[in-house]
Design a protein around this ligand. Structure first.
Ligand code: GDP
Length: 361
């Protein structure tokens, strides 16, 4: 697709005001542009995103995670169709951590969400297929803004149970939901603690398979969440009514049971977080943390591509590995080489630094 054939203002018009077909094409072009690694495309994408920003922020951003087979696509299809039935427009995006490792895909290689994917009120986009996890997540986050500007008022971002990708998704959404199997309660150890701490709501899917196991899991996860909550908010006795406490619900996505109760919980969360200001605070904090995440990534990229660094990195790496040079000294020397790190004029290490490091050997 010739992504550069349209100026960003034309894409903006297509996305925000276009009729259904024009809008869909505009979104696809915009997202392709965002995912491009060409510098001129990046400039266009930045211009477009800046324009789109005023049209964003009105959607609800829902993160959903769980291990392969837990029923994510079945659930998202049921939820999406339920929401469209209520008059919503639903976008589904994904962060596939495997794409950054293998170029393969955990999320995308089967026919998923058969009915939702062809619905005119739904927009489904698979995970960007290459790059670092941070890069993949960032492109998904930007695609989310495109969907919002196009009027999709519920944006679902899906990922699989790999700690880092879950953190990335929790950090771009208003609410993070963890899907579990009914036997999860029997093996709480298996639920990574860090991920449990991210969850605003835990959903036990496939409750139809074993009702008593599901009820047991609900009780066990509820008390685990309560413990985490107590640790997280030592003074929350004073704020009991105004703070959200992570909860657990049972559903059966395959049989469309519990989807409405799930959405009622989401609405409850959204109302409370809006009243107590946490929703806005979470988005502000997310925007800043994304900015810094991108600065970190950009600096690292510039550093690794810096000519002097590229020349010296192999030698210094070998010295660190063989124990001739302290790691921190090597890092300091390399940082000084890269002018981007030190304000522009440090093309070579200062004399004192060189002396200090040779003295260490
Ligand atoms: P994903 O890998 O997390 O996206 O999981 P899928 O949605 O592909 O579901 C995996 C399998 O579990 C499929 O065969 C589904 O039909 C099945 N499944 C999903 N939800 C339920 C449920 O609520 N009950 C039962 N019995 N099976 C389900």
């Amino acid at each position: 697709m010739a992504v550069s054939s349209l100026p960003s203002s034309a894409l903006f018009e297509a996305i925000v005001q276009g009729g259904a077909a024009v809008q869909r094409r505009g979104m696809a072009k915009a997202i392709t542009l965002l995912e491009s690694t060409r510098a001129d495309h990046r400039d266009q994408a930045d211009a477009l995103l800046t324009q789109l920003l005023s049209q964003t922020g009105r959607s609800f951003r829902l993160g959903i995670s769980g291990v392969p087979g837990v029923g994510k696509s079945t659930f998202i299809e049921a939820l999406g169709l339920h929401l469209i039935g209520q008059g919503h427009r639903v976008a589904v995006l994904a962060v596939d951590p495997s794409s950054s490792i293998s170029g393969g895909s955990i999320l995308g290689d089967k026919t998923r969400m058969e009915h939702l994917s062809v619905h005119p009120q739904a927009y489904i986009r698979p995970s960007p297929s290459s790059g670092t996890l941070g890069g993949v997540a960032e492109k998904t986050r930007e695609s989310m803004l495109v969907c919002e500007a196009a009027g999709y008022d519920v944006v679902i971002v899906e990922t699989v149970g790999v700690g880092q990708s879950e953190t990335a998704v929790a950090n771009m959404t208003d609410m993070f939901v963890l899907l579990q199997l009914p036997n999860a309660g029997d093996d709480l150890q298996a639920i990574k603690k860090g991920v449990m701490e991210l969850a605003d709501l835990v959903v036990i899917n496939k409750a139809d398979l074993d009702a008593s196991a599901a009820t047991r899991a609900e009780a066990q996860i509820t008390s685990a969440l309560r413990l985490l909550g107590l640790h997280g908010h030592p003074d929350h006795a004073h704020h009991v009514e105004t703070l959200w406490h992570p909860q657990v619900v049972q559903i059966s996505a395959l049989h469309n049971r519990g989807v409405d109760a799930f959405w009622a919980k989401v609405s409850e969360f959204r109302d409370l977080q809006t009243r107590n200001g946490k929703l806005a605070a979470r988005r502000q904090q997310q925007a800043l943390s994304w900015m810094w995440e991108r600065i970190d990534a950009g600096l690292k990229h510039a550093f690794k591509h810096h000519e002097a660094v590229r020349d010296l990195l192999p030698g210094l790496t070998a010295q660190v590995v063989s124990g001739q040079l302290p790691a921190s000294t090597a890092a300091r020397q390399l940082l000084q080489l890269a002018s981007v790190m030190s304000g522009g004029d440090a093309a070579r290490p200062s004399r004192s630094e060189t002396a200090a490091s040779s003295g260490m050997r």
